[in-house]
Design a protein around this ligand. Sequence first.
Ligand SMILES: Nc1ncnc2c1ncn2[C@@H]1O[C@H](COP(=O)(O)OP(=O)(O)OP(=O)(O)O)[C@@H](O)[C@H]1O
Ligand SMILES: [Mg+2]
Length: 413
Amino acid sequence: MAEIRTKRLNDYLRLIDIARDLASTLDLDILLARIVHAAVEISGAEAASILLYDDTSRQLYFLVSTNIDEPTRRGLIVPLDGSIAGWIVNNRKPVRIMNVHKDPRFYSTIEAITGLATRSLLGIPLVTKNKIVGVLEALNKPKGRFTDKDETLLLVLGAQAAIAIENARLFQQSDLISEFVHELRTPLSSLSTATYLLLRPEMPPERRDQIIQNIHAETIRLNALASSFLDLARLESGRVQFRKTLFNLADLMFECRDVIASKALEENIQLKVESPEELPLLEADRDKIKQVILNLLSNAVKYSRPKGTVILGAEVIDNEIAIFIQDTGVGIPDESLPHIFEKFYRVREHETRASGSGLGLSICKQIIHGHGGRIEVKSKLGEGTVLMVFLPRSRKTQPREEEKSNAKNPDKK
Ligand SMILES: Nc1ncnc2c1ncn2[C@@H]1O[C@H](COP(=O)(O)OP(=O)(O)OP(=O)(O)O)[C@@H](O)[C@H]1O
Ligand SMILES: [Mg+2]
């Protein structure tokens, strides 16, 4: 009896430690990872996962789990009606199930994706200030079933977790919003100067036209800034769902070239596509990858030098597909290289040569990371820059084991 009591006391002491740990970070990704690991620890489950609930779109999406890898899990939408997690959101009650396969609410698709055979489940709503932020689930209790005590402990953890998640989200938003507002100041002040000048009766008509042109250009820029900003805000919050399909990358590359062609011609830049004959199909969100390539191509043209060349290419390297955009442009100074993927960052020397919001590369990075890939840059000042995107090759297009060994030993039949 005394032993049980000590054990319980230790559990609660551990919970206090965990709560302190959760409160110490405002980074949503780190926080969520800590919560699922804590959930496994205190409930003795095999795995745990968090689903977040977005009350504007009324969508529940899978975010982290201790047992599956990043690209599969992120943003996966789970139906509100027709899943256990959805039931928890709708009813705001914990659920304890011995065998999920016998439960009509079980959303079996998730099992196929995660590859974890689920048996028992303990799920609780994450609620703060009477608002539901998500669901925390502990899966598979190795011996027997989840107990009352597991449920109590998970509820205490959940209460802490919900507050921490809400804080991290608010922080993320306020951070981004204050940066955005800051960026709005410059174009707004130039617009206000322009309108002031237009109101001066002594302004000659040809100056007026020029000012109106400036206002027009500035409003276009503001519009682009606003849509880039919204794109980034959505990506950062993890709310973007990537709609993956298998598609021909070379076709997409030519499509992107056609979009940029007239701009390149205007700047007297030669634009070439280089892709091997047999590029495997890419499994990704086609529109999003198009957005990335267009962003990188437009940078390559924007930061070019006269009579330059831009090459858009792709190749297979091991289990990855690499897409590269190479230019013979102005290049990026060494000290700026570590910063170019940060939001709103622009190389000071480039500010006068081309306009931009400094969000393009941050958006690219978010999209590529969301696909389980990475993006890298190499550059030499005055010589040129190459941006490389590496995406995992779809399992569906990878040579099967025997094909690989046949390729290595062509004699063996
Ligand atoms: N190919 C390139 N050559 C030289 N500098 C580059 C290149 N690509 C990006 N940069 C530098 O990195 C900075 C960040 O690029 P990013 O695409 O994020 O912003 P931007 O092009 O300024 O604005 P936008 O949001 O309109 O894309 C650029 O301002 C530029 O200084
Ligand atoms: Mg750009």
